[in-house]
Design a protein around this ligand. Structure first.
Ligand SMILES: NC(=O)c1ccc[n+]([C@@H]2O[C@H](COP(=O)([O-])OP(=O)(O)OC[C@H]3O[C@@H](n4cnc5c(N)ncnc54)[C@H](OP(=O)(O)O)[C@@H]3O)[C@@H](O)[C@H]2O)c1
Length: 255
C-alpha cells in the first residue's frame, strides 16, 4: 500500500549532513516534517527554509526519554506518524586497544540504542494506522568490518539486526522497516574523519580525501542527495521492500 503526500515524517539528525538533505527531499515531495537534533539554530533555519508544515523538536537522542517523547509530540501535533527516519549518529575512530568503555558505550548509545528506542516508540501508532515507513541510516560498516571503528561498526551491525528482526515481526502490519547503508558520504562527519586522518598520519587533506574516495569503485564520495533519493524511494514504496539494508557505496560492497 502506498500513501500520497503529505505524510507525517520525523527525521533525527536533521541539523546538517545527510539528515538535512533527507528533510529537504521529503519537503520537496510535499510531506510535513518534524526535525530533531541538538543544534536548535540549525533546525530553525532549516524549518524556515521549507514550505511545508514543520515541527522543530530539539533533543539529544541518547537521553532515554527522548524517543518516546518525540514520537508522542508528533502524534499529539499531527494525529499520527507515518515515517520515521532514524539518521542521527556519530562515528569516532580508535584502534581496538584504545577503544575504552566510554567510547564503546557512546557509539552504542547513539547508533544502536537510540534508533531501537525510536522504532519501539513508533511501532504502536504505525501499527494502529496500518501504515508506516521506518528507515534507519546505517552504514556499510553494518555489513563489513572496517579497521579502527570497532565500536561504530558493532553498533551499526547491531542496528541492522534490529531492522531485520523488526521488519519480520511487522511484515503483515503495513509497516516496513529498512536500513540504508552508505559508504563515505560528503558530510561534516566525513570532514571530521578526514581531519583525524590528517592529524594521525601527517598526509595532507587532499591525499586523505583521495584515500576515502578510492575505497569506492566510482572513485568519489557519495552525495547526500544520493542517500536521500533512496530514502524517498523507501517512503514511496508500496510495501514490498522490508528488512533490507540497501548499500550506497559506489560498488565496493556487493550484497
Ligand atoms: N558521512 C558518512 O560517510 C556516513 C557513512 C555511513 C553512514 N553514515 C551515517 O549517516 C548518519 C548521518 O551522518 P552524517 O554524515 O550526516 O553526520 P553529521 O554531518 O555529523 O550529522 C550528524 C547529525 O546527527 C545529529 N546527532 C549526532 N549526535 C546526536 C545526539 N546525541 N542527539 C541528537 N542528534 C545527534 C547531529 O546533530 P547535532 O550535533 O546538532 O545534535 C547531526 O544532525 C549517521 O548515522 C552516520 O553514522 C554516515
Amino acid at each position: 500500500m502506498t500513501r500520497r503526500p503529505p505524510l507525517r515524517c520525523l527525521v533525527t539528525g536533521a541539523s546538517r549532513g545527510i539528515g538535512r538533505t533527507i528533510v529537504e527531499h521529503l519537503a520537496a515531495s510535499g510531506h510535513q516534517v518534524a526535525i530533531t537534533a541538538r543544534s536548535v539554530g540549525d533546525l530553525q533555519s532549516l524549518a524556515d527554509s521549507l514550505d511545508v508544515p514543520t515541527l522543530v523538536l530539539p533533543a539529544d537522542v541518547t537521553d532515554p526519554g527522548t524517543p518516546d517523547g518525540l514520537v508522542a509530540d508528533v502524534v499529539a501535533a499531527w494525529g499520527g506518524i507515518d515515517v520515521a527516519v532514524l539518521n542521527a549518529g556519530e562515528a569516532i575512530s580508535a584502534p581496538i586497544h584504545r577503544t575504552d568503555d566510554a567510547l564503546w558505550q557512546q557509539m552504542l548509545d547513539v547508533n544502536l540504542t537510540a534508533p531501537f528506542r525510536f522504532i519501539r516508540a513508533a511501532v504502536p501508532p504505525m501499527k494502529q494506522a496500518g501504515f508506516g515507513r521506518i528507515i534507519v541510516i546505517a552504514s556499510i560498516a553494518s555489513k563489513v568490518g572496517v579497521p579502527y571503528i570497532t565500536a561504530y561498526s558493532a553498533a551499526k551491525h547491531g542496528v541492522l539486526g534490529a531492522v531485520r528482526s523488526a521488519a519480520m515481526e511487522l511484515a503483515t502490519t503495513g509497516v516496513t522497516v529498512n536500513a540504508v547503508c552508505p559508504g563515505y558520504v560528503d558530510t561534516p562527519l566525513t570532514d571530521r574523519a578526514l581531519e583525524a586522518i590528517v592529524a594521525k598520519t601527517g598526509i595532507d587533506m587532499a591525499a586523505a580525501r583521495a584515500t576515502l574516495e578510492n575505497t569506492h569503485p566510482i572513485k568519489r564520495l557519495i552525495t547526500t542527495d544520493e542517500v536521500a533519493s533512496v530514502v524517498d524511494m523507501l517512503v514511496a514504496d508500496t510495501g514490498g521492500i522490508t528488512g533490507q539494508g540497501i548499500v550506497i557505496d559506489g560498488g565496493s560492497v556487493q550484497s
